[in-house]
Design a protein around this ligand. Structure first.
Ligand code: SF4
Ligand code: SF4
Ligand code: FES
Length: 304
């Protein structure tokens, strides 16, 4: 029989498919817990951080970001949980009914202070404003461990025109690794290599970035809390002493390159674009962009 004879006649009515049903939402149980003496009800699955936020308690975080999977590595968010021998990380510990939590006890403050002192004694924190603010809040001293404290000081890696890696500023928060991996980019160009004090962010087999899988989306720059990863324009301007955030304008716009329409925040200084990022709370981009959106704006600048 010919193929044409086997084809369904255009006149044969197609039986209607069952109308798709919206699956019923799963009602989440509400748990009541006590934080710093205040009762709060939160949905099952919420973290202590979210519960504290409901009470307007601001918890310091460094390795946590709403758009990334919590990795629990910085421990600056720890809180005291009654009945638990160890302090628990607020960013990832899920609430359980009846928990009694203290977020500002002497033990919590001391732990946060020591974590910040460890970080600031070994890492350059000049371009980490959030960390500096936490240090003030917890009276953490950079010089606590003396001038002989081991550091991760090393020369910057400048091997491309788009961004600079300065791992003497790296607090090993893993955010860049997560953004490059399953949480956003799925490129896996970077990971954590080494152990203990020698742990560091590296490309596969420590090859130069230019030979690695990196696609220069800059999503790692977008999440880095310390300036260890920085756009080359910002890096050059900081070096020349011309980077001045008080003179910068911030314009929300849409990326013109393709139909996805990612939202951009364009920072300009003295009429020149100096940095492009994307808002973290945007439902589509969640702060992520591709190489064109983040770096493809040089065509707007006069040639020097
Ligand atoms: S620029 Fe993009 S691909 Fe390259 S390391 Fe950063 S996140 Fe990964
Ligand atoms: S380079 Fe930045 S984002 Fe990556 S681990 Fe270091 S501090 Fe975190
Ligand atoms: S913010 Fe919770 S462990 Fe880093």
């Amino acid at each position: 029989m010919s193929e044409q004879a086997q084809a369904p006649s255009p006149l044969t009515p197609i039986p209607p498919a069952p109308a798709p049903e919206i699956p019923p939402g799963v009602a989440r149980r509400q748990f009541e817990i006590i934080i710093d003496g205040n009762r709060v009800a939160v949905a099952e699955g919420a973290t202590i951080l979210e519960a504290a936020k409901k009470l307007r308690i601001e918890t310091p975080t460094l390795c946590f970001l709403e758009t990334l999977t919590p990795v629990n590595v910085c421990r600056v968010c720890v809180v005291e949980l009654e009945g638990s021998r160890a302090l628990v990380p607020a960013c990832s510990r899920k609430v359980e009914a009846g928990m009694v939590i203290h977020t500002d006890s002497e033990r919590v403050r001391l732990s946060r202070r020591v974590v910040l002192e460890f970080l600031a004694s070994s890492v350059e924190v000049r371009t980490a404003p959030q960390l500096q603010e936490y240090m003030k809040r917890y009276a953490a001293r950079r010089e606590k461990f003396g001038p002989r404290a081991a550091t991760v000081a090393q020369p910057e890696k400048i091997d491309n025109e788009l961004y600079v890696r300065d791992y003497s500023k790296c607090i090993l928060c893993y955010k860049c690794v997560e953004a490059c991996g399953v949480d956003a980019q799925n490129t896996f160009a970077i990971s954590v290599a080494g152990r203990g004090f020698h742990a560091h962010i590296a490309t596969e087999f420590e090859i130069p970035l230019t030979d690695s899988a990196c696609v220069y989306c800059g999503n790692c720059i977008g999440v880095c809390p310390t300036g260890a990863l920085m756009g080359k324009t910002e890096y050059d301007m900081r070096k020349a002493g011309t980077w001045d955030e008080s003179r910068q304008t911030h314009t929300e716009t849409i990326c013109p390159y393709c139909g996805v329409g990612c939202e951009l925040t364009v920072d300009a200084q003295a009429g020149q674009i100096v940095k492009v990022s994307s808002p973290l709370d945007h439902s589509v981009t969640q702060g992520n962009l591709c190489i064109k959106g983040r770096f493809g704006w040089q065509f707007t600048q006069p040639k020097t």
